[in-house]
Design a protein around this ligand. Structure first.
Ligand SMILES: [Zn+2]
Length: 272
């Protein structure tokens, strides 16, 4: 077994489950809301609708503002990585999260896009064990509004899920490339319901912690880096696996670089 683990470290990218139960989430009263993309980085986009194309960066900011308002009304201290249409580097977003320190959680808000227009539904990503409860609660609330994708809650090593030192979750509210969901999220009322679902998940986690949610083991993995994204993008272009949502490419890092130790994940963790 020991040699098997060493082999995984050498070959698979150093993913090894740590021993012991996951630590429960610490109480928090500060929430970092991170609207994805911005400025020159549009993120994903819809096909043209009657009012033009929907840009992910605009919907993410609008939704985050709505979540901020709902959380402030509930007494939370809310910090945002951007409040207007500007580019913010992913590592800077992580630095903002880490400066907040204990007593805070981070929620990154995105809308998804892909070449397959039939794919739809909300997805919520987390990496660390202390983020599982928050991700679960947000995902449950969001799926009740948008509908499930069949993937729902996903454990994936992204810069905004792996690198923050505080619990961190990345939400893909809906698929802009799915006609039904694009029409839905074009409506401000629908974005308000989505914001309410995200806020409800955060409020529930602040109130109940991880109570009633199955613990998952912490998994060690190296920090997620921008250089991996560029490498992955190049490989993906070669394979002609085109995905429209390429500008910040945070969603693709681990999908395109399967670690051997994912076998451990499959054996030890069912994301439901
Ligand atoms: Zn995005």
């Amino acid at each position: 077994m020991r040699w098997f683990l060493v082999g995984l470290v050498a070959l698979g990218g150093c993913l090894v489950p740590s021993l012991g139960a996951a630590a429960p989430i610490r109480p928090f009263s500060t929430v970092l809301l991170d609207p994805g993309h911005g400025g020159t980085d549009n993120g994903g986009m819809s096909r043209p609708l009657s009012g033009g194309r929907l840009l992910e960066k605009d919907l993410a900011l609008d939704t985050a503002r709505r979540v901020a308002q709902l959380l402030r009304a509930r007494g939370f201290h809310v910090v945002m990585t951007r409040t207007d249409d500007r580019f913010v580097d992913l590592d800077e977003r992580v630095r903002v999260a880490n400066r907040l320190g204990p007593g805070a959680v981070a929620v990154s808000i995105h809308y998804n896009a892909t070449g397959d227009r039939s794919i739809r539904g909300a997805e919520t990503f987390f990496w660390h064990a202390d983020s599982h409860g928050l991700a679960t609660r947000i995902d449950r609330n969001l799926e009740a509004v948008v509908g499930g994708s069949g993937r729902g809650l996903v454990r994936r090593r992204l810069r905004l899920t792996r690198n923050p030192t505080i619990p961190a979750v990345l939400v893909e509210c809906a698929y802009l490339t799915n006609a039904r969901e694009a029409r839905l999220v074009a409506q401000p009322q629908a974005r308000e319901r989505i914001a309410q679902a995200i806020a409800d998940g955060i409020v529930e986690e602040a109130r109940f912690g991880d109570e009633g949610i199955a613990a998952v083991p912490e998994i060690w993995a190296p920090l997620s880096r921008g250089s991996e994204v560029r490498k992955v993008s190049k490989q993906s272009r070669k394979k002609r696996h085109r995905k429209r949502h390429v500008s910040a490419s945070i969603e693709r890092v681990d999908r395109a670089k399967p670690f051997l130790a994912q076998a451990f994940l499959a054996a030890s963790f069912v994301p439901r």
